[in-house]
Write a protein that binds this ligand. Sequence first.
Ligand code: SF4
Length: 450
Amino acid sequence: MLASTIREIRPEWSENIRYFDEEQLGEKGCREAVSKWLSEAHLGVVMLTTYTLTHHRQIQFCNDIRDENVVVIAGGPHVTLHPETSNADIVVRGEGVSAMRKIFSRENWTGSLDVEAPGMTTRIQNQNGDWVWPKFAHPSRKLNPDLWPQPSFAYDLIDKGVVHRASNKRRMGDLEPISIILSKGCPEACHFCTSGAQNGKWAPRSISRFKKDLAYLLMNRKVEALEFHDDDFLAHPELPQILEILQEIGVPWNCYARVNHFMDDGVSLAMRLAESGCMRIFLGLESMNNEKLEFFNKRATSDMNRVAVLSCYNAGIEVAAGWIIGAPNDTIQSLQKELEDFLNLPLYSLDVNILSLNPGSVHTKKVFTGKINLPTGQYESSDQQYIIDSGAIIPDIEKFGELEPWGQPTICENIDKVGLNDFAEHARNELHRILPIPIPHHIVRTQFLL
Ligand code: SF4
């Protein structure tokens, strides 16, 4: 999206922009490829997306790549919440489109990055010669998604060898979907999730902008399938019109959504989704235990999860889902019961994740304020104080170990980290043995799939 923004305002720089993927190239390979690309540049601008779990790699990358002629800008979820932990030259908090438009606009560009832009803060040298951060700009979170660049993404920059980290879940048979998005943020606020802190208030895009992105994709890319990357695709207020468009173009698709949409008439909704080409849906079920769903603030129950899964399955839509283990009251018995409940559902896949502390989430804030305590018997009170004093949830493998959640404590009272990891392995093996539950042949989906 940032590349597309720069191209929009400075088309003459289009050839100067590259995308490097660390997972594709490896840490060392990525650094070498970026250095090589910048070696001829008069001024190199490296923009890094930062995540909390890879924060240490960002620090290393920045140290290695920074040079007299190379400026590093860090953006993304981690520095939006914890900019003080970055060693970049500049941080941009929140969305970066507005900052790109300001920094690189024809009127502002003087050959340096010495401007003020939304969400942007530049590191400065103090009297002692130390690099310090001044007061940080507020995160930029208000950009209406209709003002994203057009097209929204510079799809052509992504090398064919880049593998999406969820590839095996995204691929639909032989079809490789291409991502598209119709909203920013999420209308809900689950307590483990960081979407609200990152994206601000949920806002959908207009149908006309959707049509433009779609037209661009169909004209310029080979579109085998679409993946709607919205946090909750079914929340879009103009869903019926979107489904009509999708049915008309006849391209299969998948999406992410919440189960509450299936409560009024889930059977009809699921049928309508299938008719318009939906082949798979990702539902964040998270648990089959109502108390736990309440702790997560999912605003859903295990019965709602069942209705949504069955409605979709009966309509011929594969359901991929997620399960979080490691809530404070989880026990081996309660998890085993949840596993059995999940296995009784006709799922395509179920990801098992151990609850982690995400930056800006309600759970993390409660750990900081002592409303959630690290389990006694597993951690010392000094461990919690250590997190509170650090002010950020930066993984520390020496203190909290390398098991999942990597470098973080768990908040499960009854099962320690080793026990949770053992259970996760057992559950994954069981799920691997049984899933996917195939969709029966008699379920007729859409005409173009026949
Ligand atoms: S977990 Fe999903 S539904 Fe809940 S707030 Fe995050 S994105 Fe929204």
